[in-house]
Ligand binder design. Structure first.
Ligand SMILES: Cc1ncc(COP(=O)(O)O)c(C=O)c1O
Length: 595
């Protein structure tokens, strides 16, 4: 059988050299499997399928073959010169790299049709679809069965070493690439989609949001601006967020990477509005009197970064003491403002925290709004944790007054469980917001019609190119409705109060801060240990809870006392998970203390 003409006859002449190099004759042809074809370098699923069908029809089918002798190795010994990628040689011959061992000659129809053209699209869409379906099956099972897996597990050295692999220069089959991802990345996650992940402060993502992220990437739109549906959806989601927190429709807003960026956006507008000079043109050095910002001593560390990035310096951020409930002491704030004024400085902005990262404390928003208004200060609210409590039917009262803020940072990747990343900055005075960031270079001019006739969304923040963050938020809100998200926030707050009650019922456990919303600060506290020993003991409990895969809690220090901290921002958590945490904390605490 003339394999060359047979291959040409079925439209796959491009594999002739490959078949020759592997000594595939008529007899061997009948015994080839899909894996063998893959092994010799037929990367395309569609081409393998076509070859096997043609083999079956050609009378070389395995059934007709005599008792199979041992299969010779399909790995060629003589190897073609090492190709780098597709290239065109001096006489115009296109050579395309197909596998680590093979080069293909010229007559590949797609390449002839598009000389010099390469693409990242799959060679075979039906194969890409088959692999994608497998990945989707795995993704569904991954979330469906998350409760059955440990929250976290330590990576073995060989998995760590995998990430030291050098830059890949040669292609690899997508199925193989995915297998590596499944065995390494997917097998060793941070764990925040697990029902017993309560460390630091994170949302737990959601399946619909993940589909939104996938579709956003498939569409690939750049949300820097333009006239297209994704840009309108971005605006719509910002409008929905304004509605959730009671901001007027006339306010502006922008979706950003997260709370830290959202705070920078709000504080940059505050600085520019209150500076008294054109900071954009002249820089902070031109500001006559140093600007002062005021937050509580519980303020999130991103505000320090914001002060530094805005050129004001860490010292511009005054840390005002908190009361026993860890809320900013309003009298102390008033005194600090008066002191700074007397010293010839320029009080500029009060940063209220609605849900502090340590304990969930919510500053007295109505009192701070009144003070800011009386003193002509900007009121920025860091609502990364707590702003969305405004949609929770039984707890919304806790953030009453948030709608009075001049600017507000909130985090859809926390209590809307959007997959990372999704933050949002809202600014009451849209013109001040735009005036802080808008620039119109000659290459980003608007046009009366066409693609550039839409709004330039990059004018509301620091990024030019922006991802399509809105879709993941939009799809989950449409699927579940905002009321369900509100109920889930109530549920998390209920969980935190139930956990606190369980802790209070145990003589060896104690609450270290009052539980306000969804953050519980507690420690294992047998009698007779000093604070250093307690810290060591509780740190060990935390590490063992993580290492045994039982639960992820983090730790902090509140009013000088080290403690464990469970931040329950998790729509998968159940009552039984909290009971397990208490039981395991006690068991580990006793075991560690005994040894
Ligand atoms: C109160 C508060 N502000 C800001 C941030 C920073 O948000 P992100 O991590 O989304 O940048 C956090 C993060 O947990 C926070 O708790």
């Amino acid at each position: 059988m003339d394999i060359d003409s047979w291959l040409r006859g079925i439209g796959l002449g491009q594999y002739a050299e490959m078949f020759r190099a592997n000594d595939i004759d008529g007899e061997l042809l009948g015994r080839l499997t899909s894996d063998d074809l893959k092994e010799i370098g037929v990367a395309s699923f569609g081409h393998r399928k076509k070859l096997l069908e043609a083999i079956a029809q050609s009378g070389c089918a395995p059934a007709a073959a005599p008792a199979a002798p041992a299969m010779p190795t399909l790995i060629p010994t003589a190897v073609a010169p090492p190709p780098t990628s597709a290239s065109v040689d001096a006489v115009g011959t296109v050579r395309r790299f197909m596998s680590p061992r093979m080069t293909l000659p010229i007559d590949w129809p797609e390449i002839i049709a598009h000389p010099g053209g390469e693409t990242l699209d799959p060679d075979d869409w039906s194969e890409a679809l088959a692999i994608s379906r497998g990945i989707l099956d795995d993704a569904v099972a991954y979330l469906r069965d998350v409760r059955d897996r440990p929250v976290w597990k330590e990576m073995p050295p060989e998995v760590r070493a995998f990430f030291d692999a050098p830059l890949p220069r040669k292609p690899q089959l997508l199925a193989e690439v995915y297998r590596e991802v499944a065995e390494t990345v997917m097998a060793y996650p941070m764990g925040n989609v697990h029902p017993r992940f309560w460390a630091w402060y994170m949302g737990s993502s959601n399946f619909t949001g993940a589909i939104g992220d996938f579709l956003a990437a498939i569409q690939g739109s750049n949300l820097g601006g333009g006239s297209h549906a994704a840009a309108l959806m971005d605006r719509q989601v910002v409008d929905w967020l304004k509605t959730m927190v009671g901001f007027p429709r006339s306010a502006s807003g922008t979706l950003v990477s997260g709370g830290s960026m959202a705070n920078i956006v709000g504080l940059a507008v505050a600085r520019n509005v209150k500076a008294g000079v054109d900071v954009r043109e002249l820089g902070v050095a031109a500001i006559e009197k140093s600007l002062c910002f005021y937050g509580s001593d519980q303020i999130h560390s991103c505000h320090r970064k914001a002060m530094e990035a805005l050129g004001l310096g860490n010292q511009a951020l005054r840390r005002i003491p908190t009361d026993s409930a860890l809320r900013m002491d309003v009298d102390a704030l008033r005194a600090a403002i008066a002191r700074d004024r007397a010293d010839g400085l320029a009080p500029c902005c009060v940063i209220a925290t609605a849900g502090s990262v340590n304990t969930g404390a919510i500053d007295d928003l109505p009192a701070l709004a009144a003070l800011a208004s009386d003193d002509d200060l900007w009121l920025h609210v860091d609502g990364c944790i707590g702003a969305l409590i405004a949609i929770a039917p039984r707890n919304a009262y806790r953030v009453a007054g948030i709608e009075k803020a001049d600017s507000l940072a909130l985090d859809p990747h926390k209590w809307l469980h959007a997959p990372f990343e999704a933050g949002c900055a809202l600014v009451r005075d849209a013109s001040a917001h735009r005036a802080t960031f808008a620039v119109t270079p000659e290459y980003l001019q608007s046009a009366p019609r066409g693609l550039a006739s839409g709004e330039w969304l990059h004018e509301w923040g620091l990024q030019t190119s922006r991802g399509f963050r809105a879709l993941k938020i939009w799809m989950a809100l449409k699927e579940h409705g905002v009321e369900k998200f509100g109920r889930l926030i109530d549920q998390d707050i209920d969980h935190a109060h139930r956990l606190s009650a369980l802790i209070e019922a145990e003589s060896d456990l104690e609450l270290v801060a009052p539980t306000n919303i969804n953050i519980v600060c507690f420690r294992y506290r047998p009698s007779g240990l000093d604070s250093a020993a307690l810290k060591e003991l509780n740190t060990e409990i935390m590490l063992r809870l993580q290492e045994e895969g039982t639960a992820a809690v983090s730790d902090t220090t509140v009013q000088g006392r080290h403690c464990l901290r469970a931040a329950i921002n998790n729509h998968r958590t159940r009552g039984e998970d909290l009971e397990l945490l208490v039981r395991e904390t006690l068991r580990l605490g006793r075991a560690i203390a005994t040894h």
